[in-house]
Design a protein around this ligand. Sequence first.
Ligand code: PLP
Length: 478
Amino acid sequence: MSRNAESTAFRSALEVIRAVEPRVADAIGAELTDQRESLKLIASENYASPATLLAMGNWFSDKYAEGTVGRRFYAGCQNVDTVEALAAEHARELFGAAHAYVQPHSGIDANLVAFWAVLADRVESPALKKAQVRQVNDLSEADWFALRRELGNQRMLGMSLDAGGHLTHGFRPNISGKMFDQRSYGTDPTTGLIDYDRVAEAAREFKPLILVGGYSAYPRKVNFRILREIADSVGATFMVDMAHFAGLVAGKVFTGDFDPVPHAHIVTTTTHKSLRGPRGGMVLCQPELADQVDRGCPMVLGGPLPHVMAAKAVALAEARRPDFADYAQRIVDNAQALAEGLLSRGATLVTGGTDNHLVLIDVSGYGLTGRQAEQALLDSGIVTNRNSVPQDPNGAWYTSGIRIGTPALTTRGLGTAEMDQTAELIHTVLTQTTAGANADGTPSKAKYTLDAGLADKVARQATDLLATYPLYPGVDLS
Ligand code: PLP
């Protein structure tokens, strides 16, 4: 791809936008500058390719396409059919999935589609009812349904928020918390790791309809084979939300017991995190759930976004190339180098390290809350987000943790040596930041002091670190 073509494409697009609303064109240009200049360590963000970005900015946005490929409620969807079918085919091939539904607009939407598919299936499909009952082979069909009635039939067991679970796994601020009676499994207080015996015990006691695996802030591999066995032992549907680590599954860093696709009945994901695609969601499932999943729109989704499905097809095609596996491995190598760099400088990490794309620093060791640390790092040109740590005394707003991830910096080309330098910058900022006090002298969870000169110096060092690895090197807007 010629660099000229990318520059011409984006420059021309901005020229056309500028003629209508110059402030939008300016904001788009400014966003590129900001992203180029900041050390982005947000574990859930990435940089999509120019081809993926360009696939979204076109007239596919103008189409309504409710329904599925070849079965639309609107005429004239032949080209939408092409891109939706391509995206689904790439997804099936990439992940080895029996079925892929690429319409969800986001990860939350993908989870809603999955929940409703499971609920509807349990209610509607006699075949699956029988299959489910066979899995709990010590129950007769009559026993099984009596039990379900007794249970109220809508229970979800997922990872607790402070151990790294996601809001959509049955927590109050999300509708899943209203749809399901939720119970969560945490992590071992000593190791910080999932204790599968405890999960099995919770499943036996609680008898969930859905056992959810997956996380937003757990820095370790998860054994999905064991979780499936636990789900089967209580007749639960096993769902995995791989939003964060889909890129590591796609790149075959997570295989065997650690690949959720062969083990789960249903898998949901976002497409924009480690998978490096457009903002969006996707559901993969076993054949018996396919019909229900395909009813996502209009069950819980508005009309599909054909321009985003086109971009998903492009990004998934990219992820099927051999170099994506190399990228995925470098994400993990970088996260481990970052963890090592922090540990060697005295930081405390949840679980003592990482084997995926993210690292969770317990900043209480620096005498800070997550909120203070997040802001001090931001002042210094380092973009992260605060996050709870297990049994967090500061709650979900102030927190005691900082979550950092390597998918974005790895896309730029930074390697393990730069991760060590990044660890040095983070450690410098955190050691030089002091927690502040409220007007009445009590300790503040938000106020802090950091010498402005030091913050500027670190920001300059961060920019220097990035200078060798330009973001979107083919795009020159000047
Ligand atoms: N699931 C997990 C595990 C996530 O981490 C997130 C987002 O951070 C989501 C779902 C929701 O994704 P979205 O923001 O695209 O709705």
